[in-house]
Design a protein around this ligand. Structure first.
Ligand code: WT7
Length: 665
């Protein structure tokens, strides 16, 4: 099981009640800018309304959508944990994301400013998007795709990816997007599990200045499964592709010859919209199922509230890949349902130069930027002078997602990207939650660097101890969601029991997210990383996130990854892998200084036993540090599975650092 939380933590023996040591003190506070607060889409009143009538609040947010049949029911929770939201309503998700804006007279508004990695660009208006989605819907129908079928999408970051997803939604087929960086093997497993009958792909996409092929992996994957009838191929790079007559079809041949007329059918609110696989450390990947009405309600509402989107004037940019849930909810469904104008970028942040992101912000006048802490720390490492060369004055709100953001990275983001004025919204959520759950509101919340702070209006989250008791302010434990929410996963595709076991069994009646968290003295929530990453040192639970943040707060450290390694005397010992900033030289003195710095910041118990400067850290393709592999290194074990790493040579480099003599107190 991916999180292994029910297995390893179900007995209440690994994380004790004094739990997840609440060590970090962060006193900096930032009030919302007065003009933003004055004109904010959502004010403090929303918390009050939702508190007084949670279901009424969500029913009102559902009315932001256009329904073919308005729902009269809000939540059916008669068979927990299987929720139904807005069950008697009917809608078409693609109609909500495209047609209704054209019908409202906004057909000429740009929906997507596409920026290819080689520098090609393309602006697609809502009217054009409607035609393209309609043609693609007709093409899928011509290939035999029907309501209720599954379609796999294995694509680069190009507009056709969003068009393909919307075309599926339009005809009621669930898409299963598989990130283009995954192997043929991973793709085959996912095609098989979802039983997809069509795969949409491209010849390739541009990455790091070169065409990177996708079609060969599809050919390989499709050869291993039985049911795929057609492969629809977008031409992006012009690379040579192998062709299977009768099975393979060019997008530009089939889609372009279709009519741009397509009448969207209204589907039940609980009709499946997509499956998205989350991989775990072990076990087969889990197909997270999301449905239509509740998902779109919360994706659209949170995008409107948390980014304060003004669709007439804002230019929004989410740098995630559509292969992740962030791309589903905050590139495709949320922004388009709200009629936003957005930037979509194909490539990497350092191609052809390390200022590419800031050049794009300047070129399109981006006002809202949504990115990940791993990217922010990379920009810190590259240096302040790079963003300083570009005009970033259009920016007004900055978002963060994917992992806890270290206070120093938060401050850097605000200062060097946000001109020390943009509010930062640190948004906590998961593939499983479908949309944002815990986040500041930019016109309301006085922000705290490193904290996601408050459950959004209509969301119920708290922190509990081993016995499921809510911890008092100042306490630490497990993050749980205590009430169902509209965009919640409905099940794991094909495995209801696994859905119950994984998320609903640890604490009765509550959804356990797998994350450790603490509440500060004001009751604000601080995420402490996955509970499997918590270290047990001399009987104290210490969060990897807090030690990493303490290291990153030292001027010589750009990035840090901390693990607990088995230790005869202390149970676990803290081992830190650090990437130094450009100017810092590796030395024993510096290592000693860093240990003392952590000791001074968090207390002597949190001092790492060993600190190893390294050039890179092992990360998954979504940017999460693979601490499991670092634990293998720290415990001198054979490395586990490295197939989901972006770059497997990183581990060889790190291992070559060993055996460095352990430093002693
Ligand atoms: C896990 C979910 C949410 C879309 C991208 C990741 C971590 C996510 C934050 C945040 C602290 C965060 C959690 C969560 N996480 N956002 N703002 N602060 N941690 O989706 O791959 O399903 O990962 O990412 O550990 O459980 P995902």
């Amino acid at each position: 099981m991916a999180w292994d939380t029910t297995d390893t933590l179900g007995k209440g023996d690994v994380v004790s009640n004094e739990s997840l040591a609440n060590l970090l003190r962060e006193e900096r506070r930032f009030a919302p800018p007065a003009d933003l607060a004055a004109g904010a889409n959502v004010t403090a009143e929303a918390y009050e309304q939702a508190k007084a009538d949670r279901l009424g609040f969500w029913a009102a947010q559902a009315r932001r959508l256009t329904w073919a049949v308005e729902p009269t029911e809000t939540l059916d929770w008669s068979n927990p944990p299987f929720a139904k939201w807005f069950a008697d309503g009917k809608l078409n998700v693609a109609y909500n994301c495209v047609d209704r804006h054209v019908e409202a007279g906004l057909g000429d508004r740009v929906a997507i400013h596409f920026e290819g990695e080689p520098g090609d660009s393309r602006a697609i208006t809502y009217a054009e998007l409607k035609d393209e989605v309609s043609k693609a819907a007709n093409a899928l129908t011509a290939l035999g795709v029907q309501k209720g079928d599954r379609v796999a999408v294995y694509m680069p970051m190009i507009p056709e990816t969003a068009i393909a997803m919307l075309a599926c939604a339009r005809i009621g087929a669930a898409h299963s997007v598989v990130f283009g960086g995954f192997s043929a093997d991973a793709l085959a497993t996912r095609i098989e599990d979802a039983d997809a009958k069509v795969v949409i792909t491209s010849d390739g996409g541009y990455r790091r200045g070169k065409p990177a092929a996708l079609k060969p992996a599809v050919d390989d994957a499709v050869a291993r499964v039985d049911r795929v009838e057609h492969v629809l191929v977008v031409r992006r790079t012009g690379q040579d592709v192998a062709w299977t007559e009768g099975r393979d079809v060019w997008w530009h041949e089939l889609v372009e010859q279709q009519s741009a007329e397509h009448t969207p059918e209204a589907f039940d609110a609980e009709h499946p919209l997509f499956i998205l696989y989350t991989s775990g450390t072990t076990g087969k990947p889990k197909g997270i199922l999301h449905t239509s009405g509740g998902y779109l309600t919360q994706a659209a509402y949170t995008h409107h509230a948390v980014f304060d989107l003004k669709p007439e004037t804002d230019v929004y940019w989410c740098t995630a890949d559509v292969g992740w849930v962030t791309g589903h909810s905050y590139i495709v469904y949320g922004p388009l349902a709200n009629g936003a104008t957005q930037v979509m970028y194909e490539g990497t942040p350092d191609t052809p130069h390390q200022g590419r992101f800031w050049e794009i912000v300047q070129k399109y006048g981006v006002t809202i930027l949504y990115t990940a802490p791993t990217a922010i720390r990379t920009f810190m490492k590259w240096g302040d002078d790079i963003p300083a060369k570009f005009d970033l004055s259009s920016l007004r709100i900055l978002g963060s997602v994917g992992e806890p953001i270290n206070p120093e990275a938060w401050i850097w983001y605000r200062k060097h990207i946000g001109a020390d004025t943009c509010p930062i919204v640190d948004t906590w959520w998961q593939t499983e939650t479908g949309a944002m759950m815990i986040s500041p509101l930019p016109g309301v919340t006085e922000t705290k660097p490193g904290s996601a702070q408050t459950p959004l209006p209509g969301i119920s989250a708290t922190v509990v101890d081993d016995e499921a008791n809510e911890v008092p302010n100042g306490g630490g434990g497990y993050l749980v969601l205590t009430e169902p929410w509209p965009s919640m996963l409905r099940t794991i595709w094909g495995d209801d029991q696994r859905f119950i076991d994984t998320y609903w069994s640890r604490f009765e009646g509550k959804y356990f997210a797998g994350d450790g968290a603490k509440k500060d003295e004001d009751g604000d929530i601080w995420l402490l990383g996955r509970v499997d990453d918590v270290m047990l040192v001399s009987g104290h639970n210490i969060s990897t996130t807090e030690v990493e943040s303490a290291l990153v707060s030292h001027p010589s450290v750009a990035e840090a990854a901390v693990v607990g390694a088995a230790d005869e005397t202390t149970g676990q010992a803290i081992v830190a892998f650090v990437i130094l900033r450009g100017t810092a030289a590796e030395s024993d003195d510096l290592v000693g200084e860093l240990r003392n710095h952590v000791g001074a910041t968090l207390g002597p118990i949190a001092k790492p036993k060993r600190i190893l400067p390294v050039a890179e850290l092992p990360k998954t393709r979504s940017g999460k540090i693979m601490r499991r592999l670092l634990r293998d290194v720290a415990e001198n074990r054979q490395l586990g599975d490295v197939t989901t790493l972006t770059d497997s040579s990183v581990m060889e480099l790190i291992q070559s650092k060993l055996p460095a003599a352990p430093s002693e107190d």
